[in-house]
Design a protein around this ligand. Sequence first.
Ligand SMILES: Cc1ncc(C[n+]2csc(CCOP(=O)(O)OP(=O)(O)O)c2C)c(N)n1
Length: 622
Amino acid sequence: MAVLLDKVNSPEDLKKLNPEELAQLCIELRNIILQIVKKNGGHLASNLGVVELTLALHLAFACPQDKLIWDVGHQSYAHKIITGRREQFATLRQQGGLSGFPKMEESPYDSFNTGHSSTSISAALGMATARDIQKEAYNVVAVIGDGALNGGMAFEALNQAGALKTKLIIVLNDNKMSISPNVGALSKHLNHLRSSKTYSQGKQRMFDFLSHIPLLGEGLANFARRIKNLVKYMLVKGMLFEELGFTYLGPVNGHCIADMQKLFEQAKAMDSPVLIHVLTQKGRGYMPAEKSPAKFHGVSPYELPEEKEKNTDSFTSVFGNVMVEMALEQDKVTAICAAMSDGTGLNQFAGLFPNRFFDVGIAEQHAVTFAAGQASAGLKPIVAIYSTFFQRAYDQILHDVCLPNLPVILAIDRAGLVGEDGETHQGIYDIAYLRSMPNISIIAPKNGEELRNAFYTALQYPGPVAIRYAKGQTEPAQMDKKPVLLDWGKNELLREGQDVTIISYGVMLPFAMQAAEILQEKGIAAGVINARFMKPMDEDLLLQQVEKSGHVLIIEEHVLQGGLGSLCMEILEQHQSNVPVEIIALPDELIRHGKVSEIREQYGLTVENIVEKALLLLQRGN
Ligand SMILES: Cc1ncc(C[n+]2csc(CCOP(=O)(O)OP(=O)(O)O)c2C)c(N)n1
């Protein structure tokens, strides 16, 4: 039962609590987070880890005047609860309810919208320069995880911030984890800093001692500052952040509110960039999540405390099996992911082929160009990234893969609606942004079997291929049979029908087939095309069926602009066909969070709507 939490309606209320009460509040916050995530799903381990950090930040800073930017934003639950959203917290990630990420429109305490990683320092620096130019006075604080710090943007922003020297506070929330244990040389550097308390403590003690010697004190302290680098190199080799122009404070225990507050106060008093290194434990306070933080990073409703048996028939798990199969057969096959080996189904591959598996960290742009490098030197790289995160690598796909026509395979997972993570995570733009690139082929398999055949076929193709598949379940591939080469650029007529042609791909095909059944009962013969090859598009099959049926209905879980629907319209226009066409797709607006089924309902991606639209289409004649 929440006793104290019920009295916290804004961060001001925190200031009335004593240390024991704050500790009690942390327990209550963890309870409510656990309870609601259990019901609604969400990011559990990261949120449990930052409860004390959130309170310390709100005690030290005066939000919303001071700006707090949560990188990724998946760890902002405690922040939401104590900034006036306690009562709505039960609606977290539900349609019409609170978003799982910070949203400026939701609260003035959410200073910036996040969802994709590594943006916080850039945004914070932008705000800090706006403050300076407009001669305002407030603090800007970016809270970034050690995983997100791997992203290229974070480095680009550090680089500028260190040179600008403006007042900016970065809180590095170091829990040694991205989703899985953090990777890379920077994470080794953080390990080093973590274990080298001697540097900060030694530095502080020396300044304190020297400045307290009367008369001589300040001068000596200044002298000491000048020899700081020397001390630094003696104590910690390569203090990256100080070299970049930041004052480094910490490391500090991220579960001790008082210790963090002290450093935050120190940072507030400085006029130049500061980085505070905070050490937290992911999953803190909930034993299963403390033990397996990766498993409890993001959870679905009711998966707690024991995660449900993993369904082996998701597109992702089929992809994981196919990758192992292909790697066993071809030693040039490599797998690349960006901090999501589990999410993309590559764990088994990673275990079996450690030398051919590369987790580059949250660095999608690098992942793609790294793959291009491998392909140019004779390997067959497959880059597995979610559709929404591939957006990061738009130019790398175009400039480094497509223009030189390199045989890189993009495995685009979570293509289509993803549901509860909302607008920042929907995978509904990839066809549009890839279709316009030269040389690339795009395949959208309808099930596990076709996905396996698509990868098998793509590995023999000499140029770039994107294979997109959804988050959902599918029939498994028949791994005991040999994979089949797909006829390049040929689509499949799943059902004959001379009254109307329904065209779709991927997870929407079963909807189209069901609608065709219903139409059949009404005496209407609907043909169904599986447009698995979107590029090169099977124009012959399209034109042949269109001529036969005289009506075209396209359904896709993708934005209207640049999707299959607009592709078909372009082809029909080029062939001077003026048959009536109807497209059911997602409109040009934010596709918010909610269950996938609810979102489909909202936008007419349903069997009923396909039937209705087909009937209306037939009324339009031809
Ligand atoms: C560009 C991008 N790639 C991938 C993700 C998926 N993702 C969400 S949280 C996360 C790990 C973040 O690690 P860290 O910053 O250390 O935060 P922690 O969860 O450990 O608190 C990843 C990879 C993302 N949000 N954005």
